[in-house]
Design a protein around this ligand. Sequence first.
Ligand code: NAD
Ligand code: DAU
Length: 342
Amino acid sequence: MKILVTGGAGFIGSNFVRHFLQNRPDDAVLNLDKLTYAGNLENLDSLRSVSRYDFLRGDVSDADFIRSVFEKPFDAVVHFAAETHVDRSIAGGREFIESNVLGTYALLDAARRARVQRFIHVSTDEVYGSLQPGETAHENSPLQPNSPYAASKASSDLVARSFWSTYRFPVITTRCSNNYGPCQFPEKLIPLMITRALRDEKLPVYGDGLNERDWIFVEDHCRAIETLLTSGRPGEVYNIGFGEPVANLEIVRALLRSLNKPESLVEFVADRPGHDRRYALDTRKIRAETEWKPAVGLAEGLARTVEWYLSHPGWVERVTSGEYLNYYDKFYTRRRATLAEI
Ligand code: NAD
Ligand code: DAU
């Protein structure tokens, strides 16, 4: 199978590309990524000379460019590319609408015209909005996004839905909870807290720190997507989560303990505007219809994540200094992806 992965230089996308190629020796990936600040090709350094992998720099919202990409055949598309950080969307949401809504439309449209047989639209639990204690969102729960980021993802979910209803284009939408693990950009809670604690800097906890998220180890999310690529039902939405929402403060304290750093580093700061109190998912559908279930518990996942950041000081340093942004110019200037190679 030849698949087009968008956003494969980001956190989840790069973990997925590595996982997919490792587990499927006969398959090939073209990774298409704009390389925004969140795209880091160093995440895929180990694949640079692998013939079943190639990279193409480009913007999913550039419709003409995206149509040209589909002049080559693909069996499936896995669409990760998006602006993803809630705080950035609060500061300014235009790029979120452009990449997440218009980009998803351009990709769906080109893939449909090219008669692609499977399209995984990677979405998020944030589209359901903030939940009450004890409540879980199932796939048909109302979409009640609260940040411009969440609104852009909910909008793209509705566009994806329309491609199934209108054209019977075989799109599957996944809504996953908060991911953590190797290669996550240190603007998100867990890598931000690890990298700041290592430098003995204060750890900014929003509000009272009691907002809850259902943390899932990135490898479990990648396995779920791989499963749905082959076994998911076209036109369906699947929630993916670990199933145990935990308060932010508890996560931060666990990280401090494993880094052997004092709790005095915690600093309560002004809350995020419109901060969702709680996300929690009903994941019975994917568990009933497929073999998938999460394999990595929170304690093990956090330990593996801390260990990854401790053992990759060069990655952290290049991300912090901005040097990672030079990777493409260093290795890819004269290179064009040719699918003949994969
Ligand atoms: P990320 O921010 O780490 O990476 C996003 C990637 O998309 C980057 O490589 C970036 O360069 C690329 N990109 C952005 N705009 C683009 C555009 N217009 N054209 C092409 N490439 C573009 O994101 P992530 O955390 O890996 O999330 C990946 C996907 O999973 C997103 O769709 C996100 O909404 C979804 N998701 C994330 C989480 C999470 O906890 N991180 C949870 C559920 C769902
Ligand atoms: O739920 C899935 C979503 O998870 C994804 O769709 C998003 O792309 C991803 O960014 C993430 O969104 P969150 O807003 O939940 O993640 P973030 O890591 O930004 O924040 C997690 C929690 O920690 C949230 O309650 C806000 C809080 N927080 C975050 C930061 C960055 C802090 O208290 N301090 C911080 O400095």
